[in-house]
Design a protein around this ligand. Structure first.
Ligand code: PLP
Ligand code: ZN
Length: 444
């Protein structure tokens, strides 16, 4: 295991490396219900493979399916009889049917916490829930998309699993690769939280810290993919991105199943690249299409940190043209993507569903982390503080209707971002080991 620091290459590479051929020449891949990749902009279809850019219009590619329609009752029973992991939804994901039997971290099926005490505090009467993804194997929701990317990597014959990461993804990739017996080499911006660096390193793969922002790291990875140096490498969030992204659909499925196969009315979702939010919307619409939930409107709200809020800014300016933030400055480092690939789609979805995009500052993030811990016993990372902070702000502004069922996502574990709360989370008193001293402290 080596941690190296390399300087970010400042030359911008054009993203023309749309296809990066995997080492396997095999073109018939068993990826379950997935049948093709299709362009989100022009709809052009290409065969399943490690491609991420449309060769017609340079739009992003996504997985297209032949979903198991026609017998919603049968499908629901099959899901309910499945494993207590995201693999219960394997029929709706781009994975082989026997995915659960392969060595993997089996993420998902995390708790949906009915947050009654938090609801009382915020004045929510329609039901408030926290989807707590800190319960995943590497303590963030990133285990979900990585589990799908791993299957794609196996199908395409990649032997090294890689990524550009704001911290959580690096740990998730390292762990998944080790369990599966693949090599990993992951890239992070220098200066992340110690716990995230340790988690990215502990699984024994290579970890490279780059002297630059996340966006520098991401550009570097795009160059590496186009270079012989990166041959045989599957980058979960670059050349495997269409597959990786689909993992977040499982959040939508779980939330609805855990609500008794019902759509929530409102969801609040944190945004870094925007990938997760876009796929939760896709997952909800699929459940309607499949007849697994009753069709009704749902609103999606996007949450950002003020110190890196390109999507929120564009939304407030009334445009879908997201202007990149050059130097993100926020304690929510997992959300610090200055140039979010899915930013415009996030704005479209929030507008289409009647939601909104909002941001909160560092102080509001910490307050929300403490509020959630104090009322529900859930210790969220800073990203969770962003989401709850935005929820609170939007309840106050009237954008979120407190009389409707609302689900707030906690995407990571508070132990990953201890520094944010350490100064204010301290012993109430330090005393000598005797009753007199305790009486003196006035805590009885
Ligand atoms: C990566 C990450 C997000 C945001 O994911 P995107 O899909 O890039 O928007 C949210 N929360 C946590 C904790 C993350 O690590
Ligand atoms: Zn296209």
């Amino acid at each position: 295991m080596a941690v190296q620091t390399v300087a970010a290459n400042s030359t911008t590479s054009s993203d023309d490396a749309g296809t990066s051929g995997g080492p396997s020449g095999n073109t018939s891949h068993d990826l379950g219900a997935a049948v093709a990749l299709s362009c989100r902009e022009c709809g052009t279809r290409t065969e399943l493979g490690p491609s991420f850019v449309c060769l017609e219009c340079f739009g992003p590619l996504e997985v297209a399916y032949e979903l198991p329609t026609g017998d919603p009752e049968g499908l629901r029973r099959r899901i309910e009889a499945g494993p207590a992991s995201m693999w219960r939804y394997a029929p709706l994901l781009p994975v082989p049917a026997d995915v659960a039997e392969k060595p993997n971290l089996n993420p998902g099926f995390t708790q949906l916490v009915k947050a009654d005490r938090l609801a009382a505090e915020l004045g929510v009467t329609g039901g408030l829930y926290v989807k707590d993804d800190s319960g995943n194997p590497t303590h963030s929701f990133k285990d979900r998309p990585v589990a799908i990317a791993l299957e794609a990597a196996r199908a395409f014959g990649f032997t090294t699993l890689s990524c550009s990461s704001t911290g959580n993804l690096a740990g998730a990739v390292g762990a998944a690769a080790s369990r599966a017996g693949l090599r990993s080499c992951v890239f992070i911006p220098d200066g992340l939280e110690q716990s995230k660096v340790v988690m990215a390193a502990i699984y024994g793969g290579d970890l490279v810290a780059i002297d630059g922002t996340y966006d520098d790291v991401n550009r570097f990875c795009s160059e590496l993919i186009g270079d012989p140096l990166g041959e045989g490498w599957g980058f979960t969030n670059v050349n495997l991105r269409p597959f990786y992204a689909e993992g977040s659909k499982s959040l939508a499925y779980e939330i609805c199943e855990q609500l008794g196969w019902r759509l929530p009315d409102q969801l609040v979702i944190p945004v870094a690249s925007g990938c997760q939010l876009v796929k939760i919307d896709k997952g909800l619409r699929e459940l309607i299409q499949l007849g697994l939930v009753e069709d009704k409107p749902f609103r999606i709200f996007a949450a950002q940190a003020e110190g890196c809020s390109p999507v929120s800014r564009a939304y407030k300016d009334g445009t879908s043209a997201v202007r990149p933030v050059k130097k993100p400055d926020t304690i929510a480092k997992s959300l610090a993507i200055g140039d979010p690939a899915d930013g415009p789609y996030v704005i479209d979805i929030c507008k289409r569903t009647g939601g909104a995009v909002e941001d909160v500052n560092d102080e509001q993030i910490v307050d929300a982390m403490k509020l959630l811990a104090r009322t529900e016993g859930v210790f969220a990372e800073t990203a969770g503080g962003v989401t709850l902070g935005v929820t609170r702000k939007l309840i106050e502004s009237g954008a979120i209707d407190p009389s409707l069922t609302t689900v707030v996502l906690n995407t990571g574990d508070g132990l990953k971002t201890l520094d944010a709360v350490a100064p204010t989370a301290r012993p109430t008193a330090v005393i000598s080991p005797n009753l007199a001293a305790f009486r003196e402290a006035g805590l009885a």
